[in-house]
Design a protein around this ligand. Structure first.
Ligand SMILES: [Fe+2]
Ligand SMILES: [Fe+2]
Length: 295
């Protein structure tokens, strides 16, 4: 089973197409950030995601996972465009699974209007509905008889523009705790995916204004995982870091499309063995380092 994990494509619709009446409050600041040059780093996001789809087809990827941040401002028009760009990646034999990033639920109207779910709901289904304690969260997918994917939502609207911090609601953590005891998961390689990084590359927590508030609570529960990986994005660097007291490491996919920082992770799981490779972008195509790592 070959699994591709990428994150943070940040498709950037032209600001001219965004409805002007939405440009108030935090979105005005977000739009100004883009105008000031932030968006420039993602100018080729569409071309790069098309190249990532070529990689998926050529490398026989069985399952694709994305840890969110498809957009800049979380507008319905942006999310619809992102879903169109991502569509080719969703036809892997075992499908496509995702969570939203903070940019995808940038303001409260995205949650109120269900924009993210309307566009990405097919990638957020569950095989264990009894554990959905917070809307659709957490959800679980059982892939074949050797892999499970658990998704918790750590993204939330932030009321002030200088904050981009996350939080996993307590009810989701309690459900995650119970899911990890479920006999249907025993013997499986377990992926737990969420947008926010519970640790930085150096093993330290992210800052209060950019990080996951209850990362320690999340990691304490994940100590139950005997074989698996924690997947995230949000921090735009591709890295792997071991976690104190956990058998599973943290894999941040960074951004698949950010200029000069493109990356992703590739997991090859056969029986009880897992080989992991780090991906990169080279001129116009994606590739991965031949040096493999063990889980
Ligand atoms: Fe991001
Ligand atoms: Fe983010």
């Amino acid at each position: 089973m070959r699994i591709l994990h990428f994150s943070d494509p940040h498709f950037d619709l032209s600001l001219r197409t965004l409805p002007f009446k939405k440009w108030f409050g935090k979105r005005a600041i977000g739009a100004l950030n883009l105008l000031a040059g932030r968006g420039r780093f993602f100018d080729e996001a569409e071309e790069k995601i098309a190249a990532l789809n070529n990689f998926k087809n050529e490398q026989g990827i069985d399952l694709v996972l994305c840890t969110g941040d498809y957009t800049a401002l979380g507008l319905d028009a942006e999310l619809r465009n992102a879903a169109e760009q991502i569509a080719p990646l969703t036809d892997a034999p075992h499908g496509f699974i995702t969570v939203p990033g903070n940019h995808d639920i940038y303001a409260k109207d995205v949650i109120k209007n269900h924009y993210f779910f309307d566009n990405f709901g097919a990638a957020m289904q569950t095989d264990m509905p009894e554990y959905c304690t917070d809307g659709i969260w957490p959800f679980v997918r059982l892939i074949g008889d050797k892999i499970a994917v658990i998704a918790v939502n750590s993204a939330k609207p932030n009321p002030v523009p200088w904050r981009s911090d996350g939080h996993i609601p307590g009810v989701q953590l309690q459900a995650l705790n119970r899911i990890l005891d479920d006999a249907r998961l025993s013997g499986r390689f377990i992926f737990v995916m969420t947008h926010y990084a519970s640790r930085l590359e150096n093993g330290q927590p992210d800052t209060r204004l950019h990080g996951l508030h209850n990362a320690d609570d999340f990691l304490a529960i994940c100590k139950k995982i005997s074989t698996g990986a924690l997947l995230c994005g949000h921090v735009h660097r591709c890295y792997r870091t071991p976690l104190d007291g956990l058998k599973a490491d943290l894999y941040c996919a960074g951004s698949a499309t950010k200029e000069h920082r493109e990356g992703f992770w590739l997991f090859d799981i056969e029986g009880s063995a897992c080989k992991i490779s780090q991906g990169f972008f080279d001129v116009e195509e994606y590739a991965y380092f031949v040096k493999e790592m063990n889980a």
